[in-house]
Ligand binder design. Structure first.
Ligand code: PGA
Length: 257
């Protein structure tokens, strides 16, 4: 029974693979990335979402096959105003985007964004009609101190408190110690946290939300480790940084195919 249940869950939750380009690329390198992404399209049974730096969102969107969606890497919590350097969900929608990444560990830890700001931004983006890749994850010292569950739950609780529409959220579990380090979480480590997050959703939202919400893994995902991770029933895709800039990204997109 549990095997057929996990098969059913896989059917309910479409696999989704995001490419987070971070602050990398110029027009020439983006042309190269667009080239291999378009060559690999159409992608079946998987949603593909790439996230260029803000100045290139429209440039990339106009060149990509329409089956490859584009997400911004960040947005602010209000529609407009005196917030120099920020961009609003309304603006992202205006240029035809449907997705935004919020709460990436670099936003949290390099730019000091709090749990509450991250949640408010998510709430506003959803209210404006965007879907959100909402990132959570513990730092190495938090894992070593036995706080992995608490930290991930605390980051998610901020969203629960604002009663967001979970059908607009993809949760990305990205342990900070695995991001950009080449130190991928083991399948067992990732699986454990994904299961905790699903239980958390069942308790704090509803069993349906837990069943339907996609929880993707990020942190040193490569063409070499994606197949094993992608076999796990509670891993519904990936958020990929470094490897999303290279042609191997197409193999990661197809990890489950
Ligand atoms: P990485 O980054 O794949 O380069 O580890 C993942 C991320 O930051 O989303």
């Amino acid at each position: 029974l549990s095997n057929s249940l996990s098969f059913l869950s896989i059917m309910v939750r479409k696999f989704v693979v995001g490419g987070n380009w971070k602050m990398n690329g110029d027009k020439a390198t983006i042309d190269g990335i667009v080239g291999f992404l378009n060559a690999g399209a159409p992608y079946n049974n998987v949603e593909v979402i790439v996230s260029p730096p803000a100045p290139y969102l429209l440039y990339a969107k106009e060149k990509l096959n329409e089956g490859v969606l584009v997400a911004a890497q960040n947005c602010y919590k209000v529609a407009k105003g005196a917030f120099t350097g920020e961009q609003s969900p309304a603006m992202l929608k205006d240029i035809g985007l449907k997705w935004v990444i919020i709460g990436h560990s670099e936003r949290r830890h390099v730019f000091g964004e709090s749990d509450s700001l991250t949640a408010e931004k998510t709430q506003h983006a959803i209210a404006e009609g965007l879907s959100v890749i909402f990132c959570v994850g513990e730092k190495l010292e938090e894992r070593e101190a036995g706080h992995t569950k608490d930290v991930n739950f605390r980051q998610l609780q901020a969203l629960v408190d604002l009663k967001v529409d979970w059908s607009k959220v993809v949760i990305a579990y990205e342990p900070v110690w695995a991001i950009g380090t080449g130190k991928v979480a083991s399948p067992a480590q990732a699986d454990e946290v994904h299961k905790w997050i699903r239980e958390f959703l069942a308790q704090k939202a509803s069993p349906e939300v837990a069943e339907q919400t996609r929880i993707i893994y990020g942190g040193s995902v490569t063409a070499d480790n994606c197949v094993e991770l992608g076999k796990l029933g509670d891993i519904d895709g990936f958020l990929v940084g470094g490897a999303s800039l290279k042609p191997d990204f197409v193999k990661i997109i197809n990890a489950r195919n």
